[in-house]
Design a protein around this ligand. Structure first.
Ligand code: SAH
Length: 213
């Protein structure tokens, strides 16, 4: 299977025509080998235009949605970024090429372990992992130059807003269990500006400031 040309085709047909234009984001999606983050039997579908199951009822996001969320963070490269919902580790691997450091939190031990293995295999060394409920953020590592939540939340968890550095953005799907809206919250001093990007469908964000355990 020629994964390199599938990966290039994904960027050319799914990302660029839909408005992914940040050259650094495009380079990240050209570089990271998505087929190494999906179950082996689905590797042939890794670059298809839809999400894929990764076990434990969870999914790796559709490439376009991952790219859109990444672009919305508007990273320059010097940031420390927080991700809630490590899942397969793909999004963390993408972020690791666009930021100084990535802190990622996952509540499922099995998923976290296989994500760590997949990321380690790609020789990525700037990712820190934490097992637990990410809805409280990671206070010891805050503030963050960007926060991305890759599971659907009933509302925006306040601790995540508080852990945003001035001028930085939080990207999070907010809505009910079956449909959400991709939402961006931008911090300006003590104030926050909020706007919607598009409708989306994510697995639920569990935890204290999510849908509960
Ligand atoms: N970003 C992932 C996709 C994540 S799917 C990727 O690139 O593959 C959503 C993940 O969020 C699941 O793995 C789920 O276990 C995790 N999750 C749900 N609620 C959580 C919480 N409160 N804290 C941390 N992780 C959570």
């Amino acid at each position: 299977m020629d994964y390199t040309s599938k990966k290039d085709l994904m960027v050319e047909t799914q990302l660029i025509p839909r408005g992914i234009s940040d050259p650094r984001v495009i380079a990240a999606f050209r570089r990271v080998r998505r087929h190494e983050f999906v179950p082996e039997e689905l590797a042939g579908e890794a670059y298809s235009d839809h999400p894929l199951p990764i076990g434990k009822g969870q999914t790796i996001s559709q490439p376009y949605i991952a790219a859109l969320m990444t672009q919305s963070l508007a990273l320059s490269g010097s940031e420390k970024v927080l991700e809630i919902g490590t899942g397969s580790g793909y999004q963390a691997a993408i972020l690791s090429t666009l930021a100084q450091e990535v802190c990622t939190v996952e509540s499922d031990e099995h998923l976290l372990r296989s994500a760590m293995t997949a990321i380690g295999r790609q020789n990525i060394r700037n990712v820190k992992y934490r097992l637990g409920d990410g809805t409280s953020g990671w206070p010891e590592e805050a503030p963050f130059g960007g926060i991305i939540v890759t599971a659907g939340a009933p509302y925006i968890p306040d601790p995540l807003k508080q852990q945003l550095a001035d001028g930085s953005r939080l990207v999070i799907p907010v809505g009910d269990l079956s449909h959400q809206v991709l939402t961006v919250v931008e911090r300006a001093g003590d104030g926050f500006r909020q706007y919607d990007i598009c409708p989306c469908i994510f697995v639920p964000l569990r935890g204290r400031f999510g849908w509960g355990e």
